[in-house]
Design a protein around this ligand. Sequence first.
Ligand SMILES: C[S@@+](CC[C@H](N)C(=O)[O-])C[C@H]1O[C@@H](n2cnc3c(N)ncnc32)[C@H](O)[C@@H]1O
Length: 347
Amino acid sequence: MPDTLTKFVYQTFQQGKQAFGYTHKTVLNRLRDVVSPVETTSRSELPASTLALLKRRLDDLTEVDWQDAESGVYPKSLLFDNPWDDFFKYYPMVVLDTPSAWDRSKNKQYQEFDSEISTEGYPSYYVQNFHHQTDGYLSEMSANLYDLQVELLFNGSADPMRRRILAPLKRHIDNLAGNPKVLDVACGTGRTLKMIRDTLPQTSLYGVDLSPTYLRKANELLSKEPGTLPQLIQANAEALPYLDNYFEATVSVFLFHELPAEVRQTVINECYRVTKPGGVFIICDSIQKLDAPEFAPMMENFPTIFHEPYYRQYSTDNIEARLESAGFQSVEMSNHFMSKYWVAKKA
Ligand SMILES: C[S@@+](CC[C@H](N)C(=O)[O-])C[C@H]1O[C@@H](n2cnc3c(N)ncnc32)[C@H](O)[C@@H]1O
């Protein structure tokens, strides 16, 4: 397909996802106002100028995503890598499950798990209904619905935000011979690992996560297509089950805002320990208050609307200082839409 046509198709897809995500949220919010109204005084309305800025930043993200694909950072097929089968299978369940999330939110129930689920052995900060999600991160249903819920939340931009780690990762890996080892800390359902495998097929991939059901989902995703299977291990990122100086690169996507401050530091220290000298550590997470004062009201609303108990502290946390205190150097930071990136080197 000629490039202009491919770009047009990609942009149209993204706009379709934006419209779908927006409509999904608008319809459900209206329904909620009728069946389970909530006190809205604790939330601030976003001015039209902020909404316009958000739209511009989202368009910028789509553009940079296209340009990275066009310049060969990753294959263009990644731009169209939508899990359609999951969408058709699980979208009705996302909708049907929403009222129980509203109930948990209204009744401030943050630690509700199905009686069949064992919560033993997990750190207490983890045993929560993040995003008011049914069963937190600990059930098959949660693992099946998660990607779709995140896509709807970010109006189809979750994968384009994840993909922003690929250019700095490729710059580092392409200079290395052999099969460099890359670890994804808190790999969840495996979307980032799949992107890395499609972009850097020469790498040996590893993923850790605390959730056995998310790891199962990751295994399902990564086994669907040809390519070496990443080694997936259920483990706490506070004590990574790897030797010192093992990985040429370590990455982590959307983890740190879900950790208490002191655990954030412990995990960064662990990422430093397992990364080789000369290696790189790349974080993708939420934007912070200093990056975009215009978005501060949204960052205030986010932990109120969703259950994100550590987000407020995260939004002003100095991650660069944490990386440096672990030993990392030359920390580079950037923003894309609602996300932030730290690229740090181990000397
Ligand atoms: C918001 S999700 C992000 C998942 C994935 N990286 C992504 O891009 O969608 C947070 C993930 O962190 C995992 N997690 C949270 N605390 C953890 C810890 N201490 N050790 C390992 N995984 C953890 C959760 O199980 C969940 O899969």
